[in-house]
Design a protein around this ligand. Structure first.
Ligand SMILES: O=C(O)c1ccc[n+]([C@@H]2O[C@H](COP(=O)([O-])O)[C@@H](O)[C@H]2O)c1
Ligand SMILES: Cc1cc2nc[nH]c2cc1C
Length: 361
């Protein structure tokens, strides 16, 4: 029997995420990489990527198995304040596009053999149910609410909604096979929620956290900043990670936070996308810092604010392509690099096994 969920965030206990650091395995992985038939370090950051995946999966012969692209979608009450270049209806319309196979993430997931699960975590409009078990993307409905309240007027979520969304994220990951989870999201207004979390949890200045999102002009960004300032004032009491998530975040960000915690507990490789999925990692890592040991950062988003998070964690993402789409598109684009890193680690010959002379011999 499972214990009932707490209704108050102050009583919510995040799961334990054990430290995975293993000195002997790290040394073995580094030795293997250093003795492959190449000049030392010449595969650049693919080498540190291979090392990281080996550490996460606890092996020097890592194989990425049944990768899962998880796209969490929800609406944001704050969108009514004109903080996005697009209207909220685009959230459900894009969810339909994900499922129909025409969105960027649908194309990339198909191309790379990533199983695509779209979770309606709080889209304002209910989508028509789909035939379960059919081919192609899967839709799960795990809704704690039909969108958040307007954070510029008070808390975006109630404690109970936030706890339910966290739990949905954990349950969804528990139900998915494989050892790699790629994170994606969709939600008009969610760069506002991510920026608010960055300000509240990292102390970044609001002007440095507020970006153009889907394409605001500079006047639009100014307006957005004023609305976000109002949201910070309206939720001044929300200072702990979970209180900030409930007051300033979103239902998809909370679901992703739960997904990250569960995937980290299960020692899956977590492939982080852009600014919004990084904000979910920020909350998860504020609760359990060891989460970051399991994360691979796929790209540097063009959204202002993302660079601050990456700098805070001292990580250099794999790609820097000026992407600012979300959906998990950057994670999917980086995916083949992870597959190659594992193959190189497993299959490249060593100087000794291939009979190749070493430097200076
Ligand atoms: O992930 C990113 O770095 C990213 C940067 C800019 C925009 N987005 C996407 O754009 C939407 C949010 O933008 P906005 O302007 O509505 O806040 C949402 O659906 C995100 O997936 C995503
Ligand atoms: C068209 C469109 C596609 C998106 N995908 C993720 N966020 C998005 C926002 C818009 C506006």
């Amino acid at each position: 029997m499972t214990a009932p969920l707490p209704t108050c965030l102050a009583d919510y206990l995040p799961p334990d995420v054990p430290d995975i650091h293993d000195v002997a395995l790290t040394a073995r992985l580094q030795h293997l990489l250093d003795h492959k038939t190449k000049p030392l370090g010449s595969l650049g950051r693919i080498e540190s990527l291979a090392l990281r995946i080996g550490q996460i999966l606890g092996t020097d012969t890592p194989v990425l198995d049944q990768p899962q692209m998880l796209v969490c979608a929800a609406d944001h009450g704050i969108a009514a304040q004109g903080v996005s270049a697009f209207p909220s209806e685009v959230t459900w319309q894009m969810v339909e596009n994900f499922l129909a196979g025409g969105a960027a993430v649908s194309v990339l997931a198909r191309q790379h053999g990533l199983a695509l699960t779209v979770v309606d975590c709080g889209v304002a409009r209910d989508l028509p149910p789909r035939e379960p078990g059919g081919p192609g993307p899967r839709l799960l409905v795990r809704k704690a609410a039909h969108g958040t309240a307007d954070a510029s007027q008070g808390p975006a979520m109630t404690d109970a909604q936030c706890i339910a969304a966290l739990q949905h994220g954990m349950d969804v990951v528990r139900s998915l096979p494989g050892n790699a989870l790629l994170l994606g999201e969709m939600g008009i207004g969610n760069t506002s929620a991510a920026a608010l979390l960055l300000v509240r949890l990292c102390g970044v200045a609001l002007a440095d956290a507020t970006g153009a999102g889907t394409g605001l002009d500079s006047q639009g960004v100014q307006r957005k900043q004023a609305v976000l300032q109002q949201a910070l004032l309206a939720n001044a009491q929300a200072t702990t990670p979970l209180a900030a998530l409930a007051a300033l975040g979103g239902l998809e960000i909370a679901t992703l936070t739960g997904a990250v915690l569960q995937a980290a507990r299960e020692r899956r490789v977590i492939v982080v996308d852009g600014f919004i999925t990084s904000a979910a990692v920020l909350v998860a890592a504020s609760l359990a810092p060891t989460v970051l040991q399991r994360c691979v950062f796929s790209h540097r988003s063009g959204e202002r604010g993302h660079g601050h998070l990456l700098a805070r964690w001292q990580v250099q993402p794999l790609l820097d392509l000026g992407l600012r789409l979300g959906e998990g598109s950057g994670a999917a684009l980086a995916w083949p690099l992870l597959v190659s890193a594992c193959a190189l680690l497993r299959e490249m010959a060593s100087f000794e096994s291939a009979g190749v002379a070493t430097q200076g011999s």
